[in-house]
Design a protein around this ligand. Structure first.
Ligand code: ZN
Length: 200
């Protein structure tokens, strides 16, 4: 990588920071074309690499409706294949969503452990809709609409919640909240039913 291509990682706000607890505002067409917002999107992608699969602008201290998502195959090697299959987790290419909205048109719910870069060091089982439809603008201002299921649907729900000022803490099964450094942290790779028998 050439030095000129290097983008520094942004600092990630932690739960309690005001920006994480209030709704973000929509990006205007002019703002989206601005160098500032385009650089923000690049920096958010750079910040995500190797540490997560989605990031919302409030997490880097910016109260705008901007989300970046990328779930590359490299991140899947640490997850047991049967869990990947259960979670319906498949690679998702890097893309930005501006002013996204979600439509849940399937009542099926999936329960899995999830974490958040803004609640560092913890995980909990969070029920989420299995399938959603998302409408948003891409980073160039073009409208797009997509169906998402499984893990990708979970990522979108988690990130769009951030834009409404919500953390997964409001949606989790509270008794399943665990530290990743505890023995229970390893439970995130076990079937949810097994975990719920113990702590759910
Ligand atoms: Zn998060």
């Amino acid at each position: 990588m050439a030095l000129a291509d290097w983008t520094p990682r942004l600092r990630i706000e932690q739960a309690g920071a005001e920006v994480l607890h209030r709704p973000a505002r929509a990006v205007t067409p002019e703002e989206l074309q601005s160098e500032a917002v385009q650089r923000l999107i690049d920096a958010m992608f750079a910040t995500l690499v190797g540490v997560g699969v989605g990031l919302a602008a409030p997490q880097v201290g910016v109260g705008l409706q901007v989300v970046v998502v990328e779930d590359p195959p490299e991140l899947h090697t640490a997850v047991p294949p049967e869990l990947l299959r259960d979670q319906e987790r498949v690679p998702v290419e890097a893309h930005a969503l501006i002013n996204p909205s979600l439509i849940v048109d399937d009542s099926a719910v999936a329960e899995y452990f999830e974490g958040c870069l803004s609640v560092d060091g913890y995980r909990a089982i969070v029920p989420r809709a299995r399938r959603v439809r998302v409408q948003a603008l891409d980073r160039f201002g073009e409208p797009f609409e997509r169906e998402a299921s499984g893990w990708y649907a979970r990522i979108l729900q988690h990130e769009v919640d951030h834009l409404a000022g919500r953390l997964y803490l409001e949606r989790m099964l509270p008794r399943t909240f665990v530290s990743v450094t505890s023995v229970a942290g390893h439970w995130s790779n076990l079937p949810v039913d097994t975990v719920k028998q113990v702590i759910g």
